[in-house]
Design a protein around this ligand. Structure first.
Ligand code: FES
Ligand SMILES: [Fe+2]
Length: 403
């Protein structure tokens, strides 16, 4: 608990107790001289608590997708490194996020996904909240059958709502309510992608209900998944099949500025075609760019794959310093491609393809985690040619630690 308190009050002081600040500064050197983040950033549970403060609470962090609460009244709990949250779809179809704690005696309100008819009722003494978080019932608060008290102002005990935003079905939260407006945050990425899709096209995305989701448990720190996703350097060694279709030289780096995202793109994306069938395309995607696809990590914890005919989000749930749950959600353009019977086997094949790719990556992510137990590893070096986007992510983390 002392760690949390100190992290709130003196970011740098606390960090200094855990690792050598000079090692963080070394990350920000030009790539030829830079080292990666030091081992403690992947092995120290105390460090993870600093990251919880400086990264996950301070930034626009992903906690799920809107399609996991598809209907008004659907609600589910989420645990962000110990912080209990509720994701709820209200009657106006808006996804809201609340702190998952009753204002009475602090019971955690929701423990599993459920459908709520009208209110969120605390299982302990039945205080109830509407979908806007308003406290609407306090049964027996004044003794048996006395449900209101003049001296108790209900309006001061509503649920605490978390600042949130849904973009391309991805739910972002900014727990400390201190980040720039979400629109501004995502604008550099939207601008980059405006050559492929318009804002209107974003609404054509439909979640695939039958083969649209999988999760993977990884024995690694969450950051390794992002670092690996940012580069195509490992294609020939780790993804030999993928490399046959689209090899290293068909890829290009993506390094967004201001530094909020990084990744890679391919110039050789091939649509899945079965006989005369293929998924629908984004309507305004230019013909001369139809073989382009982009794989971008939007910091801190979501990776996105954009193609002319499908889109996925691959987001990370940090569990502990060396355990992460990866979640993929798959989308197509229009209801027919996303859920029509005629495309079912193709959807199955497409999600299987991506699951195989992500599973191949697990062994390298876990291998890096194991390597970080070595006392002689100093954060390593980068290839100035191949590792630019990965270095950019290291710098982003470093800048949030010693800003
Ligand atoms: S703690 Fe929720 S009603 Fe008492
Ligand atoms: Fe990979």
């Amino acid at each position: 608990m002392i760690t949390f308190w100190m992290a709130e009050n003196s970011k740098n002081l606390n960090l200094k107790e855990i690792l050598d600040i000079e090692k963080i500064k070394a990350v920000n050197q030009p790539i030829e001289q830079a080292n990666g983040l030091p081992n403690e950033c992947y092995t120290s549970s105390q460090y993870l608590m600093i990251e919880r403060e400086n990264v996950f609470k301070d930034k626009w962090t992903v906690i799920g997708v809107g399609s996991s609460v598809p209907n008004p009244g659907d609600a589910k709990p989420y645990n962000l490194l110990g912080i209990p949250l509720i994701i709820l779809r209200d009657k106006e179809n808006k996804v809201r996020v609340f702190h998952n704690v009753c204002s009475h005696r602090g019971f955690k309100l929701l423990s599993e996904p459920c459908y709520l008819k009208n209110v969120l009722r605390c299982p302990y003494h039945s205080w109830s909240y509407d979908f806007e978080g308003k406290l609407v019932a306090t049964p027996h608060i004044g003794g048996l059958n006395i449900h209101t008290l003049e001296k108790f102002d209900k309006s001061k005990s509503n649920l605490k709502e978390v600042r949130s935003n849904v973009w391309m079905d991805i739910i972002f939260v900014n727990i400390n309510n201190n980040e720039v407006e979400f629109k501004e945050y995502v604008k550099p990425l939207e601008d980059r992608w405006s050559k492929f899709i318009t804002k209107k096209d974003q609404h054509l995305l439909v979640y695939s209900r039958d083969h649209g989701h999988f999760s993977l448990d990884v024995k690694s720190n969450w950051k390794f998944a992002i670092e690996n996703y940012c580069e195509s350097y490992h294609l020939p060694t780790i993804h030999p099949e993928l490399n046959k279709v689209s090899n290293i030289s068909d890829h290009y780096h993506i390094q967004g500025l201001p530094n909020r995202f990084a990744g890679q793109g391919s110039k050789k994306y091939e649509k899945l075609i079965k006989g005369n069938k293929s998924f629908d395309n984004f309507k305004n995607w230019p013909k001369d760019l139809n073989k382009k696809s982009e794989y971008i990590a939007l910091f801190p914890n979501v990776m996105i794959g954009l193609h002319i005919d499908h889109f996925y989000t691959f987001w990370l749930e940090p569990i502990s310093v060396n355990e992460t749950k990866e979640h993929l959600a798959m989308y197509y353009i229009g209801e027919n491609s996303a859920n029509g019977k005629e495309f079912e086997s193709m959807r199955k094949e497409n999600v299987r393809f991506w699951k195989d790719v992500m599973s191949e990556d697990i062994k390298v992510i876990e291998g890096m985690q194991e390597g970080r137990n070595s006392p002689v590893y100093n954060g390593g070096n980068f290839s100035p040619v191949m590792d630019g986007p990965t270095h950019q992510f290291h710098k982003w983390v470093a800048s949030n630690l010693i800003a």
